[in-house]
Design a protein around this ligand. Structure first.
Ligand SMILES: [Fe+2]
Length: 359
């Protein structure tokens, strides 16, 4: 019988986790060597290493201790309540397993444990197995990975900022436009419920989406009036030049593709490659919509910004044809908020401030 087998201490003594066996009432009927050693090394006051004590009863005392008793912190009490519910659920046959991670710091070390409670349905005396596994190295590795991730994100962010600064020194209009598009694109991404990592990459990509314009002569970029065909061809090269500048940087997001594809359109009428639908990455579809909106409403040296209604009309007309319908819908819900805030602050006649200054 399995319970006879478990009655041999050598079986549970072979485990490195701290193990206690509980009966149907939650009383500890046996503990292993690792449990005893931990108990002795940590000054436990439990008689017989806890054998004969009721596990649920001990936790219940902690959970209901008066606030000023010094028995446990708010966090200890929250964990105790959760463990009582977990053990009870396993003993009652309601759960196949209960697990919880908890801190158990010593004066000399920050420690974390994973508690696992599993049932032993066939047991006559032993009805549940409680094990506490020291997961401190795992938590330390997780913390280090998070710290490395933050350092890496900062390094990527600084790289992109440096690139954006390079264009700002030469072409303040494009620099401002990129910042505004980055703000808009991020808002659209949030409404579309992109995760934090995607939003971060989207913001970086939008911040440098027109970096290729660095190679276009300023007199062409800012020239009033219609452009000649060769001049227009030069301007249309900027996504590919931007891609060329960025493709060697090993970003964990498709930044170079966002830059390459931000003038592609859903129906294949965009440039440089005439990509269609899902061939255009989602981030580029978002940047494309934010770009059109900002380009229409922004002032240029040779013309004032158009009214926001004109930008909204363009996006509605192109929804599902030129621009991704979901992106336009998310954009419209945000642009409408912007429009309301702008009109509220300035009134319909004020044309002298960019609406995004309110966000
Ligand atoms: Fe562009």
């Amino acid at each position: 019988m399995i319970e006879d087998f478990l009655s041999y201490n050598s079986v549970i003594d072979a485990l490195t986790a701290h193990v206690a066996l509980l009966n149907a009432q939650g009383e500890i009927v046996a503990v292993n060597e690792a449990w005893r050693t931990f108990s002795e090394n940590n000054g436990s006051s439990l008689p017989a290493h806890g054998i004969g004590c009721n596990y649920i009863g001990m936790l219940d005392k902690l959970a209901h201790a008066p606030h000023n008793s010094g028995l446990g912190s708010h966090e200890d009490i929250r964990i105790a309540i959760s463990v009582i519910a977990g053990i009870t659920s396993v003993l009652d046959g309601q759960s196949a397993k209960f697990q919880i991670e908890y801190p158990c710091h010593a004066p000399w070390e920050q420690r974390w444990f994973l508690m696992t409670v599993t049932p032993l349905p066939g047991g006559t005396t032993v009805r549940a197995i409680v094990s506490h596994e020291n997961i401190t190295p795992l938590k330390a590795a997780e913390t280090e990975v998070r710290a490395q991730g933050s350092r890496l994100a900062l390094a990527f962010s600084s790289t992109v900022e440096a690139i954006a600064l390079a264009i700002e020194k030469r072409d303040p209009y494009t620099a401002g436009h990129q910042r505004q598009v980055a703000t808009l694109a991020r808002k659209i991404g949030q409404i579309m419920q992109l995760n934090d990592d995607q939003l971060f990459g989207l913001h970086l990509g939008a911040t440098v989406h027109d970096i290729g314009k660095i190679s276009i002569p300023a007199e062409i970029l800012n020239r009033p009036g219609a452009l000649s065909s060769p001049e227009y061809s030069i301007i249309r090269c900027h996504p590919e030049i931007g891609h060329e500048i960025l493709r060697g940087v090993d970003f964990p997001w498709p930044i170079a593709n966002m830059v390459l594809q931000h003038h592609e359109r859903l129906d294949g009428s965009g440039y440089p490659h005439g990509l269609k639908g899902d061939e255009i990455c989602l981030e580029a579809r978002i940047i494309g919509v934010a770009d059109v909106f900002d380009a229409i409403i922004s002032h240029r040296p040779y013309r004032p910004g158009h009214h926001m209604d004109e930008a909204l009309r363009e996006l509605k007309q192109g929804r599902g044809k030129l621009y991704d319908a979901d992106v336009v819908d998310a954009g419209l819900s945000f642009f409408t908020q912007v429009s309301t805030a702008w009109h509220h602050a300035h009134g319909p006649e004020d044309e002298n401030s960019h609406p995004l200054t309110h966000f």
